[in-house]
Design a protein around this ligand. Structure first.
Ligand SMILES: C[S@@+](CC[C@H](N)C(=O)[O-])C[C@H]1O[C@@H](n2cnc3c(N)ncnc32)[C@H](O)[C@@H]1O
Length: 229
């Protein structure tokens, strides 16, 4: 399996190329919380998948990530689109450099899972810290939306074993509701599908992509929503 920390530090452009093959999630978010006029925080914003589509309607958006290299792409995208209502901050999700009750909506896409993985011996404490921080920065009636994987290369939800306890905790301990959606990749051609899946998901999936000619690669995602305060 490729080293994702290395990817977020040295191969941000290729990550961006990969996720640009998936659909825009703005309509999914809008259904949970209409975004017009909201102060929004994007945790683990990466190359700006969520921040770049939320910026148009948001009052303000703060994109946080541990990787400056990933945020550089977010910056470039937001500047190019002409938005001025944003800032980026390099920060860890467990300690947010944000004021209490300063946001209406906190989103986190495929980022908290790195702390919630059972491979992290402190996953329970870390998830507690992240959720506590999210609640602290939210205003009353604020909303949290978390996106995570339910499997790539599968057509029905198949959460990875090492994330199952974290997903259960979101529902049972923190009161999130959840739903699964398809978030397939539509690649331009099979060589690109192979190159980008090998880059991020590793050889097993890339070999399957080639074997089954998966120019359209299925993915299941799960989003969890919760209102606090
Ligand atoms: C899979 S990418 C997701 C990026 C973006 N949200 C998206 O949907 O494409 C995961 C991101 O989470 C960030 N990340 C992981 N752990 C983090 C932590 N503890 N604090 C801050 N950022 C973190 C990584 O640097 C990376 O940019």
């Amino acid at each position: 399996m490729p080293n994702h920390t290395e990817i977020y530090k040295h191969k941000a452009e290729t990550y961006y190329k990969l996720i640009s093959k998936q659909n825009n999630l703005v309509y999914t978010i809008e259904k949970i919380r209409p975004i017009k006029g909201l102060d929004i925080v994007d945790l683990g914003a990466g190359t700006g998948r969520l921040a770049s589509v939320l910026a148009e309607e948001a009052k303000s958006i703060i994109a946080l990530d541990a990787s400056q290299e990933m945020l550089n792409i977010t910056k470039k995208r937001l500047k190019k689109a002409g938005f001025t209502n944003w800032k980026t901050i390099v920060s860890d999700l467990r300690k947010l450099p944000l004021q209490d009750q300063s946001a209406d909506l906190v989103v986190a896409g495929w980022s908290i899972c790195y702390l919630g993985s059972e491979n992290n011996p402190y996953w329970e404490q870390d998830i507690y810290k992240v959720i506590k921080e999210m609640k602290r920065v939210l205003r009353s009636n604020g909303t949290i939306i978390i996106f995570e994987t339910h499997g790539t290369g599968v057509t029905s939800p198949a959460p990875p074993d090492f994330l199952k306890k974290y997903y259960t905790a979101l529902v049972d301990d923190y009161g999130f509701s959840h739903q699964c959606i398809r978030l397939d990749y539509t690649f331009d051609h099979i060589n690109q599908a192979e190159e980008l899946t090998r880059f991020f998901f590793g050889n097993d999936l890339a070999d399957k992509v080639v074997r089954e000619n998966l120019v359209q690669l299925p993915e299941c995602a799960r989003f969890c929503g919760c209102k606090y305060n």
